[in-house]
Design a protein around this ligand. Structure first.
Ligand code: SF4
Ligand code: SF4
Length: 382
């Protein structure tokens, strides 16, 4: 395992972090907690969770493992989060920290994130007088939090502005081998200013392992595109920790193997990527699900957007996409939908929530045209 210095905190953290957002929720919490033991035994010391992850089980799973590993508590760092919209006063923010401390079975949270800044107004909400940030500062004074950090989906130049405020000791952002060209300003700026930089989504929300043939250009010698994507973030000098959402022990072993042999990408490698990675790669839906639960007509937005990824990545024609849609209607992730793309009433709520700033309404309009072709050709739609 490689260890890196987390910004100016003086902490030495593992280049691979445990992302607690992909536990197998069909398993018991106790069974899932064993994965955290396995990770810590393999040298992973940055453990990241949040309220709500994995049907809201993740913090509880962490709590079980942390209690069991009480004698090793100085060997790992725990990270969790709170959203400014939900905890919009100092009091609410302090209560949220108390709740997380109890669930996590710990006296202190090493890294607490102001979570999911997608728009500048959310940053302003978090840092307003009497707001979340003020509550977190009080928690820090009381030793309940060690470091206040931020997670964001802002674009590169806005990230630069966010990290220059001197309020946060680290930043968590979505950067990977496919979108790095468009996220790089933010990463560089944070690193230069001495913040810890944590990368989430190194596999682009599963897009890379699911499309290894198409993305074979990512791989160097003797590695898969998935391993190349992990190596890209893990070996990057400007990225401190790369979060991996682990579901199995195999996943942990793969990430640790990559970290043990992490050769940084050369300038030539980067040039090779630059020539292949298209503008579209930054416009892919990562399947994060933040858009779900807002739609007044219950459209399975994330499923439709993941389907739309194929058009962006594979440059399929309308005829091909219409054919694919027929299969999806019948067998795919949208087979049990309550509404079709054409049912969108363009309220815009999903776009406000989208972490990738996708033009969802436009895309649904496009998919709606494919739906109309299918209907014209006599296919059924519920
Ligand atoms: S814009 Fe369309 S898809 Fe998005 S929440 Fe509104 S109705 Fe649903
Ligand atoms: S549409 Fe946006 S918010 Fe929804 S799953 Fe995709 S990336 Fe996430």
């Amino acid at each position: 395992m490689i260890y890196k210095s987390y910004g100016k905190t003086g902490l030495n953290v593992s280049a691979v972090g445990f992302g607690g957002m992909r536990f197998d929720t069909k398993q018991s919490n106790e069974e899932n907690a064993k994965l955290l033991h396995y990770a810590v035994d393999h040298g992973i010391n940055y453990l990241d969770t949040a309220p709500g992850y994995c049907d809201d089980k993740s913090e509880d799973i962490f709590g079980i493992a942390i209690k069991q590993m009480a004698d090793k508590r100085d060997r790992f760092y725990v990270s969790t989060k709170g959203m400014p919209e939900k905890f919009d006063t100092a009091e609410k923010a302090q209560e949220a920290v108390e709740t997380s401390l109890k669930r996590l079975n710990t006296d202190t949270i090493d890294f607490y994130h102001v979570w999911c800044i997608r728009r500048w107004s959310e940053y302003e909400l978090a840092t307003k007088p009497g707001g979340q940030y003020e509550g977190l500062l009080k928690c820090k004074e009381q030793g309940k939090i060690k470091h206040i950090v931020v997670s964001t989906h802002l674009r590169g130049p806005e990230v630069e502005n966010l990290v220059s405020k001197n309020e946060f000791e680290g930043v968590l952002l979505g950067v990977n081998i496919l979108n790095f060209l468009y996220r790089w300003d933010g990463v560089q700026a944070a690193h230069k200013l001495g913040l810890g930089v944590v990368a989430m989504n190194p596999l682009a929300g599963g897009i890379i392992p699911q499309n290894e043939d198409f993305l074979s250009f990512l791989a160097g010698e003797n590695e898969t595109p998935t391993e190349a994507a992990l190596r890209f973030c893990i070996s990057c000098p400007q990225i401190t920790v790369t979060l991996n959402g682990f579901t199995t022990k195999d996943h942990i072993e793969t990430a640790c193997k990559v970290a043990d042999n992490a050769k940084p990408f050369t300038e030539e490698d980067i040039e090779r990527l630059r020539s292949h990675v298209t503008n579209n790669m930054d416009k892919l839906c990562t399947g994060c699900g933040y858009c779900m639960g807002h739609c007044p007509v219950d459209i399975p937005i994330a499923s439709f957007m993941q389907f739309y990824n194929n058009q962006l990545m594979l440059n399929k024609t309308d005829t091909e996409m219409t054919k694919d849609l027929a299969v999806e209607w019948e067998w795919g992730v949208i087979a049990d939908r309550h509404a079709n793309a054409a049912d969108c009433v363009q309220c815009g709520r999903c776009e406000t929530a989208c972490t990738q700033h996708l033009d969802i309404i436009n895309r649904l309009g496009h998919i709606g045209e494919w739906e109309a072709s299918l209907k014209k050709n006599g296919e059924q739609s519920s």
